[in-house]
Design a protein around this ligand. Structure first.
Ligand code: 293
Ligand code: CA
Length: 160
């Protein structure tokens, strides 16, 4: 187990220089793709990207389409994420379904993975389970939430 020689040091210096170049290229490419992802109906919050295709459908349809694309229905965990979703609702002038329901237990709203929600932004008087058939959650252009029948057609917003 000898000391690291000059040859190894020079090899490593070359490798660091090569990696620096690759990192710079990757950063430039990433910056470009962030612009692509946000034009015009996308929003980036932290590591999450929220985006719509403009498609409208019922909850099961939208859930399936986000999953098929490798993401999931938008599931805001804080106000910054909710604002990003609201911005997209305003842009498309159509309410959107979230990846949140109380299908499992009436009155307990959960993310699609079964975790109970850590953040909410209900409109006053909601959730009211109107006609005893509202297990899904729509976001209004105000950003406020309303529980709504899962069979209604809403705007798709996925998160990746
Ligand atoms: C009722 C009372 C309304 C409310 C509505 C929604 C339906 O009609 O004030 O806006 O329910 O909660 O999801
Ligand atoms: Ca309601």
């Amino acid at each position: 187990r000898g000391a690291i020689g000059q040859t190894e040091v020079n090899l490593m210096k070359n490798q660091v220089t090569a990696l620096e170049g690759q990192l710079k290229a990757l950063q430039a490419s990433f910056t470009k793709y962030q612009k692509v992802a946000t034009f015009p109906g996308g929003r980036i919050v932290g590591n999450k990207v929220f985006i719509t295709s403009g498609y409208e459908g019922n909850f099961d349809d939208l859930k399936q389409r986000c999953q098929q694309a490798g993401g999931q229905l938008a599931s805001p965990r804080n106000s910054a994420e909710n604002t990003a979703i609201k911005d997209i609702v305003v842009l498309y002038q159509k309410s959107a379904f979230l990846g949140i329901t109380d299908i499992q237990t009436e009155g307990t709203f959960r993310y699609l993975n079964g975790e109970t929600i850590v953040y909410s932004n209900w409109q006053a008087g909601e959730p009211n389970n109107d006609h005893n058939q509202e297990d899904c959650v729509e976001v209004y252009s105000s950003g406020k939430w309303n529980d709504k029948s899962c069979g209604e057609k809403q705007l798709i917003i996925c998160e990746f």
